[in-house]
Design a protein. Structure first.
Ligand code: TYD
Length: 135
């Protein structure tokens, strides 16, 4: 099952090099309120391990690669982010984990809201109970 389609971004580059744009209401279906990036991840480290109640995000590996595991409580999907032209949406109430970061990985994330710890669900069992209760 597909939880999130891989979004193929257009490379607007020319003979000078590459350029990719992410714009509200085009590639990004929400107002971008926050941007963060994860880099210099230590070998063997995985990150994420949470879902968000309301937050929507788009993730792009602008350098290097990593795997994004998405889990909607029913199915799991792993997406390899290995190109600056590949993006994945992390929708609300989707458990996500990032694994197998390359040493050079820079994972850029666009988010629909500012940081709010109360929006996080960090307990997998509680997440499963919440999605199954709501469905
Ligand atoms: P965390 O959510 O644990 O990262 P991940 O789950 O993606 O591996 O975030 C690590 C720390 O950074 C934690 O103390 C919260 C803080 N943080 C912010 O203050 N603002 C942010 O936008 C993010 C993403 C994290």
């Amino acid at each position: 099952m597909i939880i999130s389609e891989l979004i193929e971004l257009t490379n607007l580059g020319d003979d000078r090099g590459s350029l990719v744009v992410l714009e509200h209401n085009k590639q990004v279906p929400f107002n971008i309120e926050r941007v963060y990036y994860i880099y210099a991840t230590e070998q063997g480290v995985s990150r994420g391990f949470h879902a968000h109640r309301e937050l929507e995000q788009i993730a792009i590996c602008v350098k290097g690669q990593c795997e994004m595991l998405l889990d909607n409580g029913q199915e799991k999907q792993t997406i390899l982010l290995d190109s600056p032209t590949k993006a994945v949406a992390i929708n609300k109430m989707v458990w996500h984990e990032m694994h197998n970061f390359s040493d050079d990985c820079v994972l850029l994330v666009l988010a629909s809201d500012i940081y709010d710890e109360s929006d996080y669900m960090r307990n997998y069992k509680a997440f499963i109970e919440a999605v199954n209760h709501d469905s």
